[in-house]
Write a protein that binds this ligand. Structure first.
Ligand SMILES: NC(=O)c1ccc[n+]([C@@H]2O[C@H](COP(=O)([O-])OP(=O)(O)OC[C@H]3O[C@@H](n4cnc5c(N)ncnc54)[C@H](O)[C@@H]3O)[C@@H](O)[C@H]2O)c1
Length: 249
C-alpha cells in the first residue's frame, strides 16, 4: 500500500523500537520521513535504513525537553521537505520512568517535572510548531503516542501515566478545536511491545487476550492508517493497539 505517497512526515522521538518500525512503515507507504531523536546517531541510522530500502529518509537532533531544539529541527525539516502536513509524536523519557518514576509519596519532583516536560509539554511544543501550516493548508493529521498506562493505575510510574493521560486530552483538544479546519488528531495507545528478554514477560503473556505479544509493526500499521486518507473520519480518538489487553466498555 502507498497511502502516503509524497507526504512529508515529521517524527518526534522516532529512533527507538516503535519509532523505527513506524518510520520505516511510513516510508514504505511513500512518505518522505524526517526522523528526529535526542539520540541523533540512532535517528541517522533510521533515516539510512529508509534510504537503503529505496525510500526518502532524513534525520535531525531534537530534545523534547528543549523547545528551542524542537523549533530548530522543524525549521530544518521544512527547509528540506516544504510544508509538513503530517506529524507523529512518539518519543518519551522511558529510562527516567524505569529508574526514578515512583508513587505520589516517593517520586522526586525533578523526575516528575522532567517526565511531564518531555512526554507531554514536548509534544505540545511540536504540535504548536506544526499546526499553523496545517490550518493554512486546510488539511493535516497528527498522531501522538499514548499508553495503556493512561487508562489504569499502578503504585509506581505515576508521572508516566499522568503524561500519557495528558496526551489523551491534548489529542481531544486539537481534534475538537481544529477538526472543522481539516486537521485531525488521534493517539495510538500501544500495549506491551517489549524485547524478548524483558523481565516478567510471562506475566504479560498471561494478561494478553491474544496469542502473542505486540510487535513494532502492529503500532506502525495503525499510525500509517491514521496519517493516511483511510483515517479521514477518525478524529479525537485514543486507539488501543494491545491485543485486547485493555478491553473496556
Ligand atoms: N513499547 C511499549 O510496550 C509501549 C507501550 C505503551 C506506550 N509506549 C510508548 O511508545 C513510544 C515509543 O516507545 P518504545 O517502546 O519504542 O521506546 P524506546 O525507548 O525504544 O523509544 C523511545 C524513543 O524516545 C527517545 N527519547 C527519549 N527522550 C527523548 C527526548 N527528550 N527527546 C527526544 N527523544 C527522546 C529515545 O531516544 C527513543 O528513541 C513511547 O511514547 C512510549 O511511551 C510504548
Amino acid at each position: 500500500m502507498r497511502r502516503l505517497e509524497g507526504q512529508a512526515v515529521f517524527v518526534a522521538g522516532g529512533a527507538g523500537r516503535l519509532g523505527t518500525a513506524t518510520c520505516q512503515r511510513l516510508a514504505s507507504e511513500g512518505a518522505r520521513v524526517f526522523v528526529t531523536d535526542i539520540d541523533e546517531a540512532a535517528a541517522q541510522s533510521v533515516a539510512q535504513s529508509i534510504v537503503e530500502a529505496g525510500g526518502e529518509g532524513h534525520s535531525g537532533y531534537l530534545d523534547l525537553a528543549d523547545h528551542a531544539s524542537i523549533d530548530a529541527a522543524y525549521t530544518q525539516a521544512e527547509k528540506m521537505l516544504g510544508p509538513i502536513l503530517r506529524l507523529h509524536g512518539n518519543g518519551a523519557a522511558l529510562k527516567l520512568m524505569y529508574e526514578r518514576d515512583l508513587g505520589a509519596l516517593d517520586i522526586d519532583i525533578e523526575a516528575w517535572e522532567l517526565t511531564l516536560r518531555t512526554n507531554l509539554t514536548g509534544h505540545l511544543a511540536c504540535v504548536r510548531r506544526a499546526l499553523p501550516a496545517m490550518i493554512e493548508a486546510g488539511e493535516g493529521a497528527i498522531v501522538l503516542t499514548s499508553s495503556g498506562a493512561a487508562h489504569t493505575a499502578e503504585t509506581i510510574r505515576l508521572a508516566y501515566a499522568v503524561s500519557k493521560a495528558g496526551i489523551n486530552q491534548l489529542v481531544r483538544h486539537i481534534a475538537h478545536t481544529w477538526g472543522k479546519q481539516g486537521v485531525r488528531c488521534n493517539a495510538v495507545a500501544p500495549g506491551p511491545v517489549l524485547p524478548d528478554d524483558f523481565p516478567n514477560m510471562d506475566l504479560y503473556k498471561q494478561a494478553m487476550r491474544s496469542h502473542r505479544v505486540g510487535k513494532g509493526d502492529d503500532i506502525a500499521a495503525m499510525v500509517a492508517m491514521l496519517l493516511s486518507a483511510d483515517g479521514e473520519w477518525i478524529n479525537g480518538q485514543i486507539l488501543s493497539v494491545d491485543g485486547g489487553m485493555s478491553m473496556r466498555s
